[in-house]
Design a protein around this ligand. Structure first.
Ligand code: FA5
Ligand code: MG
Length: 440
């Protein structure tokens, strides 16, 4: 099961990430050099960067001191923090080496900011918190997916032993009434609970308690989305036809919340998922030593919001150090009134090249993400997307053949033909060396 496919050709005995050194395990280590190089970038902390500006806008909706912000947690966490502490079952697919970057069997690059929930519930420094951080997922290659992106996590708790009369419902209701109103259209056809999919945590919560916590959660997040879209409008990204913003709540599933929802926004003719959230699983609070608290949590993708706010067409741009990109956001951190849409620089021509290959022996375990990674390692950001163009199984031998179409297009310059050929040849060599395939 230790597929040879996922590991860079040479594995160093240790790896240093943000000046801490960790022992690697060759059976687990699968962090490619290109991803490792991004662990120090911390775009959410870089002044005038669109990811940082987006964080600032969201933070403005969750006032201090109720919500404390934590923006500099290390990306290296334990499997316990990232998965076990949140109730992920042992066989959850998110744990697979094909989806997650591991340092060794017990250490990985966090896949979400929820990895820090338990530690903050335990610390209990404030009734609410916000975390923003870089997160890492092995994934496909296209204009909206990148192996590193940023999330913001938020949570809010109430303590039964500290609210007046021990009355959680009254306390949350009071906080809910103090939240501002809004005029957006909200579709929420979901019953408060669903017996199988989204049950009340009946051993811990009364229905009225979980319902009012859910209402506080939903209103808080509607206000956040309202603020984001007020800014999108300022930047000229919403037609001025006076239509109010339309959002909807969709039932969702997360191992660490119940009930759970996703919030979607109607934007440019389609529903766009912006965040996941729910009433926190009581077991997390119990394990964190605060069994008397009840609360909610959410997680949102910052690039996805930044792409809306600034009309940024390609997720690779966030990592650009090109002045034509960064220069357009200068001064916005200090004055959000200066926020305006990004003006794309001219698009350079696309160059499509195919690679066809037979899978090697013992490669029943083919993971497309392994190929995506090889392509990123060899080409960096000159690849815009990679798509499977053909699949074929030989009728006699049963051997499998795949064909992928790679779109080479730099954001910064026109690639020369000989240069693209050379990169493509390098990709083919690396696929042979690292994934054991046979080029057709
Ligand atoms: C999570 O990561 C949960 N931790 C969110 C959560 C937190 C739920 C707390 C409940 C309580 P999910 O994988 O759906 O869930 O990601 C959350 C958000 O991150 C998505 O809504 C999306 O905005 C963003 N996101 C997810 N994957 C990507 C990606 N590959 N690229 C960019 N943004 C992404
Ligand atoms: Mg999701």
């Amino acid at each position: 099961e230790s597929s040879p496919t996922t590991t860079p050709s040479t594995i160093p005995p240790t790896v240093t990430i943000n000046s801490k050194t960790y022992p690697t395990d060759p059976k687990w280590f699968n962090i490619s050099p290109s991803v490792l190089a991004l662990t120090s970038r911390k775009l959410h902390l870089q002044r005038d960067h669109p990811v940082q500006i987006t964080r600032q806008i969201i933070e403005s909706v969750f006032p201090s001191p109720t919500y404390r912000t934590y923006n500099d947690f290390d990306p290296v966490v334990s499997t316990h923090e990232n998965f076990d502490s949140l109730g992920f079952p042992p066989d959850h697919p998110g744990r697979a080496k094909s989806d997650t970057y591991y340092v060794n069997s017990g250490t990985l690059l966090r896949t979400h900011t929820s990895a820090h929930e338990a530690q903050l519930f335990r610390a209990s420094e404030s009734p609410g918190y916000l975390i923003s951080a870089d997160v890492y997922r092995r994934d496909e290659v296209d204009r909206s997916h990148y192996p590193v992106f940023h999330q913001m996590e938020g949570a809010r708790v109430w303590d039964r032993t500290k609210v007046p009369g021990g009355d959680i419902v009254a306390a949350v209701k009071k906080d809910l009434e103090e939240l501002p109103g809004h005029d957006m259209l909200v579709e929420d056809p979901n019953p408060p609970f669903h017996e199988e999919r989204n049950p009340l945590q009946s051993g811990h919560h009364r229905a009225e308690e979980a319902e009012v916590v859910g209402r506080h959660l939903k209103r808080s997040l509607e206000l956040m989305v309202g603020e984001i879209f007020r800014r999108v409008k300022m930047a000229g990204g919403v037609d001025e036809d006076g239509e109010p913003l339309k959002v909807r709540w969709v039932e969702a599933y997360f191992p660490f919340t119940s009930p759970s929802w996703e919030l979607e926004v109607w934007y440019q003719g389609e529903w766009l998922e912006v965040l996941g959230c729910g009433v926190s699983q009581q077991q997390i609070l119990i394990d964190a030593g605060v069994p008397e608290q009840i609360g909610w949590a959410f997680g949102i993708g910052l690039e996805r919001i930044a792409m809306l706010l600034f009309r940024i067409p390609d997720i690779r741009l966030f990592w650009s150090s090109d002045e034509r990109f960064l220069g357009q956001f200068r001064g916005v951190s200090d004055d959000l009134g200066k926020l305006k849409a990004f003006v794309p620089f001219s698009k350079h021509p696309a160059c499509y090249k195919d690679v066809s290959f037979w899978l090697g022996k013992g490669s029943e375990e083919w993971h497309e993400n392994d190929l995506m990674e090889v392509v990123r390692d060899e080409c960096g950001d000159v690849v815009e997307d990679v798509k499977c163009a053909d699949k074929f199984t030989h009728p006699k031998t049963g051997r499998r053949s795949l064909c992928y179409r790679i779109n080479y297009r730099s954001l910064e310059r026109t690639l020369r033909n000989d240069e693209t050929n050379e990169i493509h040849a390098r990709v083919q060599r690396a696929l042979v060396e690292r994934l054991g395939v046979e080029i057709r």
